[in-house]
Design a protein around this ligand. Structure first.
Ligand SMILES: C[S@@+](CC[C@H](N)C(=O)[O-])C[C@H]1O[C@@H](n2cnc3c(N)ncnc32)[C@H](O)[C@@H]1O
Length: 450
């Protein structure tokens, strides 16, 4: 196969990343924006490690599940992989992908229907805007697929109207106040990213400007015009990240306006959320997911519960009234401070938060033969690790509820726990990121000898 070659391709299925990986002549052609059972005319446009990237030039056979994308940027922007399909079909597809994953891992696990949104749009409460340059012109927006190119987006369907308006205002102010954009290659300039965090229940907004240096000349006028034009902005912080890294936030932070955090409400509890703390992206779906995780744990009121990888303490705090005691463990210091504040403000007295690596904490707890009845685990996409899972199994909690935004690492970890005498019972998927290929999954595990 060679560059610019034209091919007709039949698509059988989509992988969990939303792409079709089609084997042809001993190679793989990778396609975006296609559906199972479609036939497409393709040009090979790029060679990458995994195979050839194909550009779809025409549909030869169209799936009845195909819809016209409501987003004018979907051909360029890499944000949403599933805008070209009917939403009901998207949920079916996500369920089938999970069933295929479970089967491929040899697991016997009942996968329930994916819990979707009634209106799958305007759900993102966190946005990160990146910058680039086209000649002398500054570009603002999000990265496109397979490149470092920035797509300038005025109205993202996943953002609410307020976020889109704040983003547009920031773009105008960057030009008006001639804020220098950071140049990754030369390592010159100032502004690297802008992070926006919305509290959908409180209508509060935190804007975080990530700069390469601590000094931002003209920040006072910039910020004062921003808050005057966008009254929903209740706090502005400046984060400094001078490292050569793709990680967005650096360690240092300075408050430029307001309190440096926002408040939002989840399942009736108020939470403090700082720029650096993890907070679930989709408010309404998070409430449903937490409710299910807590229901599955079926606490009676006398249990010692761990909330591992607890972020700002949301799962543990939500479950606290049903348990004797909850201990939340989290490695991010800022998140732990938020979690402690959240417990205090809401007068929840039976929770305690520890800032420590989850595996180190679990190993210590197992070595000291501490007692735990029930454990929530909600690790990052990479999942947990062998040390954590071994120590957890040694402590023999009766129930484990594993929440994950990456079912592949979740199933890998579940298999480890099964070796140690746990059985996985049911998998409840939640569509936390509609129109993208991501799906969140909640799995209940119990000890076979309970
Ligand atoms: C998917 S988030 C879940 C947070 C929380 N349960 C929630 O629902 O908002 C994963 C969390 O794990 C934390 N984390 C990552 N690595 C960790 C580690 N080694 N030990 C403890 N926490 C860790 C992250 O900082 C993040 O807050």
């Amino acid at each position: 196969m060679k560059l610019n070659q034209s091919l007709n391709i039949k698509v059988r299925q989509l992988a969990m990343d939303g792409q079709a990986y089609v084997p042809i002549q001993g190679e793989t052609v990778i396609l975006n924006g296609v559906l199972p059972d479609e036939e497409v005319k393709v040009t090979l446009i790029k060679r990458i490690k995994e195979g050839w990237i194909g550009r779809v030039d025409a549909l030869i056979k169209r799936s009845p599940k195909r819809v016209n994308s409501a987003c004018p940027y979907s051909l360029k922007c890499g944000g949403c992989a599933y805008l070209h399909m009917d939403y009901a079909y998207e949920l079916q597809l996500k369920k089938q992908q999970l069933i295929d994953l479970v089967n491929s891992q040899g697991l016997r696990l009942k996968v329930h229907d994916v819990c979707g949104m009634e209106a799958p749009c305007a759900y993102r409460n966190k946005i990160i805007m990146s910058f680039g340059r086209h000649g002398k012109q500054v570009q603002f927006g999000f990265y496109s697929d397979y490149s470092h190119e920035i797509v300038d987006i005025k109205n993202c369907l996943n953002h609410d109207e307020v976020s889109n308006r704040i983003l547009q205002t920031i773009k105008e102010l960057i030009i008006k106040y001639r804020v220098e954009i950071y140049d990754e290659d030369r390592r010159t300039g100032f502004l690297r990213h802008v992070l926006i965090r919305r509290g959908f229940m409180s209508n509060q907004t935190l804007v975080c400007f990530v700069g390469a240096q601590k000094v931002w000349p003209g920040s006072k006028n910039f910020v004062s015009e921003l808050i005057q034009r966008c009254p929903e902005v209740t706090s502005v912080v400046q984060n400094t990240n001078s490292r050569k890294t793709s990680v967005v936030l650096g360690d240092e932070e300075k408050i430029l306006y307001g309190k440096g955090f926002i408040i939002d409400k989840l399942l009736g509890v108020k939470y403090t959320i700082s720029a650096k703390s993890f907070y679930q992206i989709n408010h309404d779906q998070t409430e449903k997911l937490y409710a299910k995780a807590i229901e599955l744990m079926a606490l009676k009121g006398n249990e010692m519960v761990y909330d591992m990888y607890c972020g700002i303490g949301t799962i543990g705090i939500s479950a606290a009234s049903k348990a004797k005691k909850v201990i939340g463990v989290e490695v991010n210091r800022q998140a732990v401070e938020d979690a402690k504040k959240n417990a205090a403000v809401n007068q929840i007295k039976n929770v305690e938060f520890v800032c420590e690596d989850a595996s180190a904490y679990m190993k210590k707890a197992a070595a000291q033969r501490r007692m735990v009845d029930a454990v929530f685990i909600d690790p990052p996409r990479s999942g947990s690790d062998e040390a954590f899972l071994t120590a957890l199994a040694n402590m023999k909690p009766k129930q484990i509820v594993y929440v994950s935004c990456n079912p592949q690492t979740q199933m890998r970890d579940i298999k480890v726990l099964m070796k140690y005498g746990y059985q996985a019972e049911e998998c409840y998927p939640f569509d936390m990121f509609p129109r993208t290929a991501h799906v969140e999954s909640v799995v209940l595990m119990s000890r076979k000898d309970k």
